[in-house]
Design a protein around this ligand. Sequence first.
Ligand SMILES: O=C(O)CCC(=O)C(=O)O
Length: 352
Amino acid sequence: MKAMQIPSYDVADYSVLLKESPDVLSAHPCVVRGFVEQWSAARSWLEIDQLKALFGTLPVTAGAPQFTTHRDQRMCQVQTSYGTYLDYVQQPERIAELFPEPWRKGSLEELRHMQLPLYCGNLRLVRHAAEPVLEQIQPLVPGNMECLNDQIPYYYQSGNHVWLYVSRAGALTPLHQDNNAVIAYLAQLRGRKRAVLYAPSDKAYFHTPGVGYMDPLAPDEQQFPQWHLAQPWVATLEPGELLIWGANWAHHVVTEEDSITVSFDIVNATNLDAYARSFDWQHELGHFAKKNATMIRTRSDDSRLHAALDAGLEAPIGRAFMQATLRAAHQANPDHAGAAVREQLRRTLEEA
Ligand SMILES: O=C(O)CCC(=O)C(=O)O
């Protein structure tokens, strides 16, 4: 199918569009101009040496491609610090010295064969709504969008929702859908990226169970026999532009010019129920609760939570922990500003 160009709006026009059509991101992604410049990060995260000084000691992995979403895709991966990864971005010729073998996956020889740069996409900057790093990207959402993130208990603890991507030209993020049915954006601070997106309603065409996601740049006719029925939406993202898409939109991103990009995940009224039903946060929250089971058992007498902890499965523990938290919050403060959101979350979880 002929690719559709993603429409681009000035932030004021995007705001008007959202007022008229709050669910516009379900219909198509948007490029928004004139927003990113407001951020402190548009100045303080613009140089790699600044990022090294701020985040260089944090542990990360870097892979080529960033991760895999197709059963036959090979991968190389190293475990390192963010500072060492940034050294590699600045001086790729030092790769053998910076990442001595054995690697976590693959080898330098295999990487050279793949002709892809290593790409780190798992720097974890935020684990709490009050994290100072969030000050750097205020306002968090363009065009006065509704954002309920802070009203969802454990939102930033039970999944990564703030991403800082530094990538070399050629870096690849294969086609995938984000965890937790979030609305998400890529805000380009430096360099250029090319994105291809597909609506969730086209999933049968771009995804085959047991095989994975297709490569939009080289679709395999045998594995994705109806690939041509999928409608691609495309954009080239330049510095200062922000690309935003709705829940479950699949996306494939190639770094065309060395880049620095911020990505942020959003939950609002349009995807709150889908978020509540998602497995990924339930699993991560359950993992946390399981590790802290003794403390949680003493603090809560919720019998369903105790039963889930006894059974020991992460996702049901995460669900039960969230439900117990929501019930306790409602009893303690039914008039809280986030009470309606919490009540909706609780109801959706009960029904699931
Ligand atoms: O910028 C990229 O390479 C892709 C990022 C991405 O896919 C995401 O944040 O979900």
